[in-house]
Design a protein around this ligand. Structure first.
Ligand code: MF3
Ligand code: CO
Length: 257
């Protein structure tokens, strides 16, 4: 398969999808408080996306049954929302939201602290966000795909954290998953050349302990093998001649570009 590059007009159109995905993510993040179930978050998100002119990209994708992924603590990605999963203080939760608007997909994720979390868990969130921005900053013409992964991995390794290898970021456009795969590890100056018009979802998945993962029997949920926490942040980014441009801006605390 080949990378489908986007024109400046198409990138503008993608911003509507990116912004809706990011807006619902921020709203869901505000609702990640003790006592809430992940199914309640999913229902809120589906209503929000539909009432703002979008459709939930994830629902029905490969048979996925919900509008968001909600992955708590040792759950890395693809947690299916459930009425039995009640958030409590000290949890962290990766919320992943996809919205399709005008035929374009937007895909974003953020990991939120519920109530008060332990300092080392807070550090995992801070470092994973830093990994995201390091990867985003490397998404520019003249670099190669390996530069993105290398940038992410360098930040994680320096902090002593693990980098998930089995799941990656991806190209995105009219389809949520397009070429290329965007690994969170790699070597400098290796891999596909990055060119203006490529749009990528960059999504570091970083673990406090082992990077090794396990896929659970529902066929979706991915957890750490050692049960230690993982964090996951994702942004949709367009590569332009002037460097990386965020297709969706929020949510962010430390946005460097
Ligand atoms: N945002 C996720 C990704 O990048 C996908 C969500 S789950 C799916 O892979 F069901 F939609 F695949
Ligand atoms: Co994604």
């Amino acid at each position: 398969m080949a990378v489908i590059k986007k024109s400046p007009d198409e990138i503008e159109a993608m911003k509507r999808a990116g912004q809706l995905s990011a807006a619902v993510l921020r709203e869901v993040g505000n609702r990640c408080v003790p006592g809430v179930t992940t199914l309640e978050l999913d229902q809120f998100a589906e209503n929000y996306i539909r009432s703002h002119g979008g459709t939930p990209t994830f629902k029905g994708y490969g048979g996925y049954p919900a509008s968001i992924c909600a992955s708590v603590n040792e759950e890395i990605v693809h947690g299916i929302p459930s009425p039995n999963r009640v958030l409590k203080s000290g949890d962290i939760i990766s919320i992943d939201t996809g919205a399709t608007v005008g035929g374009w997909a937007g895909d974003n994720a953020w990991t939120y602290a519920v109530g008060k979390v332990r300092p080392e868990v807070k550090r995992l969130l801070d470092v994973t966000e830093e990994c995201l921005w390091a990867g985003v900053s490397a998404a520019r013409p003249g670099n190669r795909l390996g530069d993105i992964g290398h940038a992410v991995q360098t930040v994680a390794k320096r902090a002593g954290f693990g980098v998930v290898r089995e799941y990656t970021g991806h190209g995105i456009g009219r389809n949520m998953h397009e070429d290329p795969n965007v690994p969170n590890f790699g070597f400098k100056h290796t891999g596909m050349k990055l060119e203006a018009g490529m749009v990528l979802a960059i999504e570091p998945m970083i673990t406090m302990g082992t990077h090794k993962t396990r896929l659970l029997n529902d066929g979706w949920l991915v957890v750490t093998q050692d049960g230690k926490p993982a964090a996951h942040f994702e942004k949709t980014v367009a590569i332009t001649e002037d460097g990386p441009v965020l297709v969706s801006v929020e949510p962010t605390r430390k946005r460097p570009i």
